[in-house]
Design a binder for this molecule. Structure first.
Ligand SMILES: NC(=O)c1ccc[n+]([C@@H]2O[C@H](COP(=O)([O-])OP(=O)(O)OC[C@H]3O[C@@H](n4cnc5c(N)ncnc54)[C@H](O)[C@@H]3O)[C@@H](O)[C@H]2O)c1
Length: 399
């Protein structure tokens, strides 16, 4: 089978797919719609990053395509309804850069506590200003983490290792890691934190979550970090609180409006303020994260193509099947209507196929059932499934 990887996806993905027997073509750039249609002839697995758009037209002209791996976090560049309608599985790597974000945030907290932005700027301007005024250790200070998911919990562990006290607030019921303390309200967290760091997701209700009211409730001279989502913070309010001195420093990696292309101008009311670190959405951008993403997504593509596992697919029903050790496997993607599973099993029984194990999952309008059998599923069963009105595709594997 052939795999096409675009946009300079990490070499680890090439090696991982080649080791599994794929013929891999790696291109350094993205392809236009027409180029992609041409390049996908005979290709089963496509790997992209954020600059390649997989449109409905591309999908309609790629009959052999089984799966798309987005070697990044987002999947907006893929027409997901069109991919789902054609039974093409889409995978991404939502958590491969967690550690990278945590390390940036830790670095920023220390830099803000030592007022490094000002000190660095002065040194570059040729000014020697040796002073301890306003500089603090982070040891013993309280870090308030808002959003205690993948990133929030790892940050909690690393911050505690630095001797920080950690408190957190999450709308979901999350267990505390280490000695961290759960706060029952956001206000409670804001009132006691020396540093507030946001790690919430981008659900619609979070837009504008942090504005004048929340900054006012923070401790005087506290610091603020946002490496989560730009739309969560009212940057004008933050500017006012920094200028008034209420907020002693801030680090922002994400912004309500971000430049689209490399080199585009960046506008923000936070530009030029003292003790403010601005970074161009690079929290997750490290070589290590790229390698991790390459390993993770190529693994998901291969286990889908070779064993029928749809675990962590963003669009197909999730069936997490183990590697097929022995025997035969049948995967059937179908419309989620009553009676499909009963009909499938009836069909297998009629043909004398002995079922060893079976897993079904549904998601929206689709259902996916994986059946393990001792003997190959008979041609008769396969023909009936392929011809059935509710079927999208039927695949078989054997070990
Ligand atoms: N800066 C970067 O480069 C970068 C890289 C990766 C992720 N991110 C962003 O970081 C954020 C966190 O990522 P993650 O992987 O930890 O996500 P996650 O889904 O694992 O965790 C998010 C947590 O926030 C909680 N939450 C949501 N809304 C909340 C609210 N209003 N109040 C309190 N808790 C709330 C959720 O219950 C969940 O526990 C996301 O917004 C993600 O997009 C940024």
């Amino acid at each position: 089978m052939k795999a096409l990887l675009l946009e300079n996806i990490h070499q680890v993905a090439v090696e991982s797919l080649e080791a599994k027997g794929y013929e891999v073509e790696l291109l350094s750039r993205s392809l236009s719609e027409d180029e992609l249609v041409e390049a996908l002839a005979g290709v089963s697995l496509l790997g992209i990053r954020s600059n390649t758009n997989v449109t409905a037209k591309v999908l309609a002209n790629a009959p052999e395509l089984l799966a798309i791996g987005c070697f990044c976090i987002g999947t907006n560049q893929v027409d997901l309804p069109a991919a789902t309608e054609r039974g093409v599985a889409v995978f991404n790597a939502p958590y491969s850069n967690t550690r990278s974000v945590v390390e940036l945030v830790i670095g920023e907290i220390i830099a803000l506590a030592r007022r490094l932005p000002e000190k660095i700027e002065k040194m570059h301007a040729g000014v020697w200003d040796k002073s301890a005024k306003g500089s603090h250790e982070v040891r013993g200070r309280t870090l308030g983490i808002v959003g205690y998911g993948n990133i929030g919990t790892q940050l909690s562990t690393v911050a505690e290792a630095l001797g920080m006290r950690v408190v957190f607030f999450d709308t979901a019921d999350r267990p505390a890691h280490g000695n961290a303390r759960r706060m029952s309200t956001l206000d409670e967290l804001l009132a006691i934190s020396d540093v507030v760091s946001l790690h919430i997701d981008g659900r619609p209700g979070n837009a504008g979550l942090f504005g004048h009211e929340q900054f006012s409730k923070m401790k005087p001279r506290a610091m603020f970090v946002n490496a989560a989502r730009g739309m969560v913070v009212d940057t004008e309010s933050l500017r006012e609180h920094i200028l008034s001195g209420h907020i002693a420093g801030a680090a922002l990696d994400v912004f309500p409006v971000e430049p689209k292309a490399q080199g585009d101008p960046f506008e923000s009311p936070l530009r030029g303020l003292d003790n403010v670190i601005l970074t161009p959405h690079v929290g997750g951008s490290t070589q290590e994260a790229q390698e991790e993403i390459g390993w993770f997504v190529s693994g998901k593509l291969a286990s889908f193509a070779q064993h029928g596992s749809t675990a962590l697919s963003v669009n197909l029903p999730a069936v997490n099947v183990p590697v097929l050790g022995s025997g035969h496997r049948l995967g059937f993607l179908h419309r989620n209507v009553p009676g499909v599973l009963a009909r499938l099993n009836e069909m297998l029984a009629e043909q004398g196929d002995n079922v060893l194990g079976q897993q079904l999952a549904t998601r929206g309008e689709l259902g996916y059932v994986v059946t393990d059998a001792a003997a190959p599923v008979s041609d008769g069963s396969l023909e009936q499934l392929v011809a059935s009105e509710n079927g999208l595709w039927v695949r078989t594997w054997q070990a």
